[in-house]
Write a protein that binds this ligand. Structure first.
Ligand SMILES: Cc1cc2nc3c(=O)[nH]c(=O)nc-3n(C[C@H](O)[C@H](O)[C@H](O)COP(=O)(O)OP(=O)(O)OC[C@H]3O[C@@H](n4cnc5c(N)ncnc54)[C@H](O)[C@@H]3O)c2cc1C
Length: 322
């Protein structure tokens, strides 16, 4: 069985049937992440990882969203050399679950989190990260912090017992993917040992290279479309949306950094329309809380704004306003 088939099986047998109760509980259960890892999905990479992500998002976007965080962490750890090999293996095997918070690296202007070194070489962090997903659920977060132009990628211990006066996650009341455990993270003199430094970079260079990494999150939108196509199976709408899904995927796969923002915008616009089609086809019951169409529309709203960049936002607003 291919990793995509495995992902589809886990999504259909575990994630989708529990998606409504997961949302009602307000948190993706850690056992979902463990199940994905036990199925070997933590070892997929490249195109396989994207196909897996699409299947998981079709089943339950909140779980897929928490799961996708690891892809960026793996990428940075792979480049970090032998010192991080065992952490990388823990991540791939599912013994460790990790998220990522890149705002300090990828936003222009003042850093969300600033770093200074204390006498032992440890990093002392201050600031507020507006969005950190998987808080309280994950073991670690790859957090970026800046000292002027220098950017530090630090693997922060993020288990619930780490919370205290220097580190506090403030839950956000989300209408889309509320089970993603997304918080605003406050750091006040939070000390991170020097050996948690995974990588360093320069802010301008990271910003310049950012567009190259925009492909992955596109698979969340593709997954939502896939869900709608399957829910509408047998109808002309399913055929039309299915053809557009294939075209959106091909466009994303072929896009280089210059084309990725428009390709991402096109995928999200398709997800938004597919969710609308599913709601319309479902009928009046789509406005009753707890149904598939209602949840899918709220998740499509999340996709309109999540992981955006100025170029994606401009292209998407232009699409929607035409
Ligand atoms: C539910 C949810 C969960 C999230 N979880 C995470 C997470 O776990 N980790 C994580 O890292 N992020 C996370 N995000 C953040 C997400 O990636 C941002 O939503 C995305 O970066 C878009 O930012 P924004 O819409 O908030 O705009 P902002 O980034 O707030 O834009 C502010 C200003 O900065 C400009 N700007 C922003 N970025 C750039 C850029 N690269 N180049 C030039 N100008 C720029 C904009 O034009 C604008 O003027 C999450 C978001 C949501 C909605």
């Amino acid at each position: 069985m291919s990793s995509t088939q495995t992902a589809r099986r886990v999504a259909e047998e575990l994630l989708a049937p529990q998606a409504a109760s997961t949302e009602a509980a307000g948190a993706v259960p850690r056992s979902h992440l463990d199940a994905l890892a036990a199925a070997g999905l933590g070892r997929t990479g490249g195109a396989d990882a994207l196909a897996v992500l699409e299947e998981l998002a079709a089943g339950d976007l909140a779980t897929a969203f928490v799961w996708v965080q690891r892809i960026g962490v793996v990428r940075w750890l792979e480049q970090a050399g032998p010192a991080w090999a065992s952490t990388l293996e823990d991540l791939r095997a599912g013994r460790l679950h990790a998220g990522i918070a890149l705002q300090a690296a990828l936003r222009p202007g003042p850093a969300a989190v600033v770093a200074r070194r204390d006498d032992d070489g440890a990093f002392v962090l201050d600031g507020t990260v507006p969005w950190v997903t998987g808080w309280g659920l994950l073991d670690a977060v790859l957090l970026t912090a800046r000292d002027g132009e220098d950017v530090f990628f630090l693997l922060l211990d993020a288990r619930p017992d780490q919370e205290g006066p220097t580190l506090r996650g403030e839950p956000l009341d989300l209408v889309g993917v509320p089970a993603s455990r997304t918080v605003e993270l406050h750091l006040a003199g939070h000390r991170v040992p020097a050996d948690r430094l995974v990588a360093t970079g320069r802010h301008a260079a990271l910003l310049a290279g950012d567009a190259a990494g925009l492909r992955t999150n596109g698979s969340l939108a593709l997954g939502l479309v896939l869900r709608c196509v399957r829910a509408l199976e047998g109808s002309p709408a399913a055929d039309a949306l299915g053809a557009q899904l294939d075209a959106a995927r091909e466009r994303l796969d072929a896009a280089g950094p210059a084309e990725l923002p428009a390709a991402r915008a096109a995928a999200v616009e398709l997800a938004w329309r597919a969710a609308g089609a599913l709601a319309t086809a479902t009928g009046s019951s789509a406005v009753i809380a707890g149904g598939l169409a209602e949840r899918t529309v709220r998740e499509a709203l999340f996709l309109l704004v999540f992981g955006s960049r100025p170029a994606i936002k401009a292209a998407l607003v232009a699409f929607l306003a035409r």
